[in-house]
Write a protein that binds this ligand. Structure first.
Ligand code: IMP
Ligand code: MG
Length: 176
């Protein structure tokens, strides 16, 4: 089994990123917005690693993928319920590839006039980027040498499956 990001490495990086977020938002109140379904494992780990940050968490459910291909059409299946105006908002997503999804959500949140807006992703598949989207916190970078294959595990799915794997690997390890 060729594991791209081990459980140990993921845990270490989430702890480091959470420490950075805790430092940057120290004694402030932040509204975390998780992008479902993929980010539920990541969000659960980040919130448990935050210290001295008062936060609320809300979610937006987005769909754009069918199998391993983006349909290019971003659909909002359910919208956040918290009031965003005047809040410090941090969006948490599982993976950024083309950037279309995060770009869409950033515009959605920005239109409600937050006080500040930042983004945080578990995995950055940079070589696939089409939109120049600002990402302030990146846990894991998929280097070009790792290829640009579809990955699963740690919340990331293939047609809804594999989200429970404690590590991240290429889908081809399971489906050939
Ligand atoms: P983007 O819009 O191309 O940046 O894709 C981002 C969204 O597509 C993520 O929020 C994921 O839900 C999904 N996605 C992209 N690449 C992968 C992958 O390799 N595995 C699982 N989901 C992915
Ligand atoms: Mg997603």
């Amino acid at each position: 089994m060729n594991i791209l990001f081990s459980e140990k490495l993921i845990r270490k990086r989430i702890s480091e990123i959470s420490e950075q977020i805790s430092f940057d938002y120290k004694d402030r109140e932040v509204l975390l917005i998780g992008v479902l379904n993929g980010s539920f494992v990541f969000c659960a780990d980040v919130v448990r690693n935050l210290t001295n940050v008062k936060f609320k968490i809300d979610f937006i459910t987005i769909s754009s993928y069918l199998g391993i291909r983006s349909t290019g059409k971003i659909e909002v299946l359910s919208r956040f319920k918290e009031n965003i105006t005047g809040k410090d908002v941090l969006i948490l997503d599982d993976i950024i590839e083309t950037g279309m999804t995060l770009d869409f959500i950033i515009k959605e949140v920005a239109s409600k006039n937050p006080k500040s807006l930042k983004t945080c992703v578990l995995v950055d598949k940079r070589c696939m980027r089409k939109k120049d989207v600002p990402v302030e916190y990146i846990c894991l970078e998929m280097a070009a040498s790792m290829g640009n294959d579809f990955v699963v595990g740690y919340g990331l799915d293939y047609n809804g499956f594999f989200r429970g794997l404690p590590y991240i690997c290429k889908l081809e390890e399971f489906v050939r």
